[in-house]
Design a protein around this ligand. Structure first.
Ligand SMILES: [Zn+2]
Ligand SMILES: [Zn+2]
Length: 270
């Protein structure tokens, strides 16, 4: 890859149970691809559940979280000459659990938090079998976008993850989405939270999360943008970056945002 590869702020590894390779494998891959800043952001434990590891294969166990932050911290130092490593997590946003998450994620080792809507009520964004029993298909999107708005308003997160991910597998609803998306973008812009361009969308449905049209509107509304491959294999680090870079430059984006100790730090897009 080329020198223009800047950052990748959304990466996973084997702790969550569905990604391959160690954190060091991903950092090695990032260093080889010439990344300047790389964020480690595995799936946070389900902190609000009574069990230590309620969903093996989806998130890490709560009892593994401290070891995760320690290892990430250690690798940050080990890789310091090659990469600026930032330590983060991708946390599920679950309405009603805000205080539990706020306490659990208050840790000096954490540079940034990505908040993502995966499950919302009884539904799951990537599991169509959970959508049975829906009345109108629009309802699914209404629940989804209401949860994304609640995530933005919660103030818990630095970045919102894959904000239009339901489009990957969701039912066709034609024009019904416009008003929901409008309202959601307004809430995001008011909240001050950043939004990632997530290229797992390209792997899942041929375009990034969110779509170029939404990204343009976010940028015009002054919402800070960041980029993440959402890699679950080391060779997916920086996935899709060259096309995202030119798309962002077309839109007029000249900086991307990263975070260090929960403070925003922007990087020029060259
Ligand atoms: Zn994952
Ligand atoms: Zn996610």
């Amino acid at each position: 890859m080329d020198m223009n590869t800047l950052i990748d702020m959304h990466t996973h590894h084997e702790r969550c149970g569905h990604a391959k390779g160690t954190i060091a494998d991903y950092l090695d891959a990032g260093a080889k691809k010439g990344l300047r800043v790389m964020g480690i952001s595995d799936h946070a434990p389900l902190f609000a559940e009574p069990e230590d590891h309620p969903q093996p294969g989806i998130q890490m166990a709560r009892s593994h979280f401290d070891g995760y932050l320690d290892e990430a911290q250690e690798l940050k130092e080990r890789f310091a000459r090659q990469l600026d490593v930032r330590v983060g997590v991708e946390a599920d946003f679950i309405p009603g659990t805000e205080e539990v998450y706020e306490r659990a994620l208050e840790d000096r080792r954490i540079d940034y938090l990505i908040g993502s809507v995966h499950a919302f009520g009884d539904y799951h964004v990537f599991r169509p079998r959970t959508w049975k029993g829906l009345g109108r298909p629009e309802e699914l999107y209404e629940h989804y976008y209401a949860t994304v708005r609640a995530a933005a308003r919660s103030g818990l997160f630095d970045v919102l993850g894959h904000i239009d991910a339901l489009k990957a597998l969701g039912p066709e609803v034609d024009g019904a989405l416009d008003a929901m998306v409008d309202e959601t973008l307004e809430v995001i812009a008011d909240s001050g939270v950043a939004v990632e361009v997530n290229t797992s969308g390209i792997r899942k449905c041929g375009e990034p999360f969110p779509s170029p049209a939404i990204l343009r509107r976010l940028h015009e509304a002054g919402v800070p943008l960041t980029y993440g491959s959402d890699c679950h294999k080391p060779d997916e680090v920086a996935f899709g970056w060259p096309e995202i870079r030119s798309m962002l430059m077309d839109i007029g984006v000249d900086r991307l945002i990263t975070f260090e100790q929960r403070q925003p730090k922007s990087v020029a897009l060259e």
